[in-house]
Write a protein that binds this ligand. Structure first.
Ligand code: IYR
Length: 224
């Protein structure tokens, strides 16, 4: 039975004219359109405080019943990055040689990927996003979480935008299966790895595959 009354406080959004809204929406689109996934990184260090701010931004994402069902692990320790690289490469080797279909391998040709993942050691930080399938209260009792995949996907999107805003680059890497990450990072069994993001600065000679994005007409339908 509910005993406490919900508390509401005023919300004061930034007030903009229509012209300002138009300008800012366009500028932000053009800025975000510059974001690319990178598979190569500079070994230039990235200050911990920058990573902390990125994680704070990710945690501003909406979540089911505001349960915030995520844990973000940030790794700069070289020995741990080394272990993660080797465990990831072991799974990726299996993937490229046995698990992935002919069609899948063909679809990946434009990216020129293979089982080797040196960027997992070169990038100064690895961020591992975990989804918490349930929470625990102070007494160790289970707390329900809702829409965990959607919530964690949103947080990961906010994180990628924050990484871009900080002038850094990342790769949304999902070595499959990823359960080695929970083991190496000592996470409890109700936390499941969702995404592994190497994060750092782009190297001077960075290259990305020539890709285009679908035009608005192809990805949207307006009902006016
Ligand atoms: N996990 C592999 C394969 C891979 C799969 C997809 I879907 C990609 O968009 C890219 C790679 C790897 O990381 O190489």
């Amino acid at each position: 039975m509910r005993t406490e009354k919900p508390v509401f406080i005023p919300y004061t959004p930034t007030k903009l004219s229509e012209a300002q809204s138009l300008e800012r929406s366009k500028t932000y689109y053009e800025y975000m359109d510059k974001r690319r996934s990178l598979r190569m990184f500079s070994d230039r260090p990235v200050a911990k405080e920058i990573i902390q701010n990125i994680l704070r931004t990710a945690s501003t994402a909406p979540s089911g019943a505001h349960k915030q069902p995520w844990t973000f692990c940030a790794i700069s320790a070289p020995d741990l990055k080394h272990k993660i690289r080797h465990a990831a490469e072991k799974e990726e080797y299996e993937g490229y040689h046995r698990r992935m279909s002919e069609e899948w391998l063909n679809d990946l040709k434009p990216f020129d990927t293979d089982w080797q993942k040196p960027f997992l050691e070169v990038a100064p930080w690895l961020i591992v996003v975990f989804r918490k399938i349930y929470g625990l209260n102070e007494k160790g009792e289970k707390i329900n979480h809702y829409y965990v995949n959607e919530s964690v996907g949103l947080a990961a999107g906010f994180m990628l935008a924050a990484i871009h805003q900080a002038g850094l680059v990342a790769l949304t890497h999902t070595p499959s299966p990823m359960n080695f990450l929970g083991k190496l990072l000592n996470r409890p069994s109700h936390e499941k790895p969702f995404l592994l993001l190497p994060v750092g600065y782009a190297p001077e000679d960075a290259q990305v595959p020539l890709l285009t994005r679908k035009p608005l007409e192809e990805i949207s339908v307006f009902y006016e």
